[in-house]
Design a binder for this molecule. Structure first.
Ligand code: SAM
Length: 290
């Protein structure tokens, strides 16, 4: 029995179902239910909320989300070995846990939660190998504001720093920081040491919160994607150089004219431009020249 529910300790679950962690699936499990409880509480009050969890594994965070009152947890897990352990949790919380076997990268999460039931939220200790790809997929969508009201996610500390990075102060400011900062308010909540995981990863992890902005500065997201790709693709170069050859919507863009219209000096480098600057560049790039 554990501190938060009547289910067996996670270490026993992992042993009984023979869930030796696989590196190829980014499996670093959390056994400490106090810690998973802290992550669940960091996701805010969960009463009435549908939580989408990616990669429940043996279910440490899943259990904490349910024990902390989530109305429903819909968990997407790629490793079929975890399903019997998760079925035990589902039986313990009748009607509140649904497990979907599949690859989260291939799953349209927006279709999983019923918008009439209440807000939906993604909470996950993400597999390191696909964490950034998943986050980008959730943020880089046509429709905004999105179907979720908050993301509470564990990443490697280095990725967390790229998510919250701002220009000038740090070398980790790049496309990910622009995308996250444009559409969300992102902050690091707390760090988790390698020793908290089984097996321990090489680096420290961090829990990050991203809350969608209801009205991000207006610009075409594909233009923003292309502009930041060109600018950060050659981040040591001045923008008048790195933006040469940029093409948006099949139209070649004149780098100097673009910079002038956006009110940005061509001698600046990508890492000096704040999100509003990139938004102006994206707007100028998607408007017909005149
Ligand atoms: N939530 C558990 C915990 O905190 O102990 C496990 C976290 S572990 C870091 C990542 C989990 O994601 C593993 O259970 C792994 O099998 C699963 N996973 C890896 N790639 C996945 C994918 N593409 N789609 C869904 N789940 C995936």
């Amino acid at each position: 029995m554990s501190a938060i529910d009547d289910l067996p300790p996670l270490r026993d679950v992992v042993e009984r179902f023979d869930l030796a962690a696989k590196k190829s699936l980014g499996q670093n499990f959390l056994y400490d239910l106090n810690l998973t409880g802290k992550i669940a509480r960091a996701a805010g009050p969960l009463e009435g909320v549908t939580v989408i969890e990616i990669g429940p594994g043996p279910g440490g965070l899943t259990r904490a989300l349910l024990a902390n009152g989530a109305a429903r947890v819909i968990a997407v897990e790629r490793d079929p070995r975890c399903l019997p352990a998760l079925a035990e949790i589902a039986a313990h919380y009748p009607g509140r846990l649904e497990v979907i076997e599949g690859d989260a990268l291939e799953t349209d999460l927006s279709k999983l939660a019923d918008p009439h039931v209440g807000p939906a939220r993604i909470v996950a200790n993400l597999p390191y190998n696909v964490g950034t790809a998943l986050l980008t997929q959730w943020l880089d969508t046509e429709i905004w504001p999105p179907w979720f009201d908050r993301l509470t996610l564990m990443f490697q500390r280095e990725v967390a720093e790229r998510i919250v990075a701002t220009p000038g102060e740090r070398v980790d400011y790049g496309r990910l920081g622009v995308l996250c900062g444009w559409r969300t308010k992102a902050r690091i909540l707390f760090d988790v040491p390698p020793s908290a995981f089984t097996p321990p990863p090489k680096v420290t992890s961090s829990v990050v919160e991203l809350v969608p902005r209801q009205m991000p500065e207006n610009c075409d997201r594909r233009a923003l994607f292309l502009v930041t790709q060109a600018a950060f693709g050659q981040r040591r170069k001045m923008l008048r150089q790195s933006l040469k050859g940029l093409s948006v919507g099949g139209r070649a863009v004149d780098a100097n004219a673009l910079l002038e219209r956006a009110g940005i000096e061509g001698t600046k480098r990508a890492e000096e431009i704040d999100i509003s600057g990139f938004v102006r560049l994206a707007r100028a790039a998607s408007e017909p020249a005149g």
